[in-house]
Ligand binder design. Structure first.
Ligand SMILES: Nc1nc2c(ncn2[C@@H]2O[C@H](COP(=O)(O)OP(=O)(O)O)[C@@H](O)[C@H]2O)c(=O)[nH]1
Ligand SMILES: [Mg+2]
Length: 278
């Protein structure tokens, strides 16, 4: 059963009491769907006919979502370049490897670039994934300029006919403006060689409303084209997916639901909402 299902089935049988509404409010808030959307849903509970309630909530949630396409924007000429950004520990490297694996398995030639040059362990982590999934990983020496390695990756991908170039970047605090500027620099140097098709913001689905603030600051520095929400496995925080997309109007493209290489799935809004409400 989804997060809201038991309440909705109760409300479909009898009118919600004040106590019911309060309990439902707690569930909604703790799902991280946000205060604004919580109050709107509660208004619908008070107002709608019980048999139409689920549909009314589903429609209300859908109307808040981005209308942009959720598929990865593929390059028509040259490699499809995907830049992976976000704060520390959200699942960037894991998601980069998952995406690389998906494309490699579908017969595409994929290059991963370890542009997280601050920590040797970060480079090693991507290399380990690369070996496991049979995808080449390009890395520079530690502490080298991340933009320089990204540039080398772009050149190599273009010259050697790669279909996908996936650039993993270092986690950065959205409050550090010099690091945010560095992302812009990475994008610009890659664009000297080939266009950047996607900038995916990776959000840890368990970080709560602060995640939305992170995303907003990143969106102010680089042109985010998609969101990946990770760690939704077994989480009761599923509301964050909707809250983030509603706040940013940037489409959620993938959801991570585990540490395994296959644990990434394209986000499908209708199914996701239906699941929350069932
Ligand atoms: N449960 C779960 N763990 C994840 C998921 N994605 C990443 N992780 C774990 O989160 C931790 C940080 O991931 P990592 O990719 O290194 O984050 P990065 O710092 O953003 O590159 C690792 O232990 C990953 O295995 C996910 O979807 N579900
Ligand atoms: Mg990483």
């Amino acid at each position: 059963m989804g997060l809201f299902g038991s309440f909705l089935s109760k409300f479909s049988k009898s009118k919600a009491t004040i106590e019911d509404l309060e309990q439902f409010r707690q569930i909604l808030i703790s799902s991280d769907i946000g205060v604004g959307i919580t109050e709107e849903i509660l208004e619908l509970v008070k107002r709608e006919k019980s048999e139409e309630l689920s549909t009314a909530i589903a429609n209300s949630l859908k109307s808040k979502l981005s209308t942009s396409l959720r598929v990865i924007n593929l390059s028509s000429d040259g490699p499809t370049v995907i830049l992976i950004v976000g704060v520390n520990g959200t699942g960037k490297t894991t998601s980069a490897a998952k995406l690389a694996n998906y494309y490699a398995k579908s017969g595409k030639k994929v290059l991963l670039v370890a542009a997280d040059t601050f920590r040797a362990a970060a480079v090693a982590q991507l290399q380990t994934w690369g070996e496991r999934i049979g995808v080449e990983v390009l890395s520079g020496s530690s502490n080298s300029d991340p933009a320089a390695i990204a540039f080398d990756g772009a050149k190599k991908a273009k010259d050697e006919g790669f279909d996908f170039l996936i650039i993993d970047t270092a986690g950065r605090l959205h409050t550090k403006s010099n690091l945010m500027d560095e992302l812009g620099k990475i994008q610009r140097v890659v664009e000297k060689v080939t266009s950047v098709n996607e900038i995916l913001f990776v959000l840890d689905g368990t970080t709560g409303q602060n995640g939305i603030k992170q995303a907003e600051t990143f969106a102010a520095s680089v042109n985010l084209t998609g969101i990946v929400v990770t760690k939704l496995d077994g989480s009761t925080k599923g509301g964050i997916a909707i809250a983030t997309e509603a706040a940013l109007q940037v489409p959620l493209k993938y959801v991570g639901f585990g540490e395994g290489i296959e644990d990434l799935t394209p986000f499908e809004a209708d199914g996701y909402i239906a699941e929350l409400l069932t």
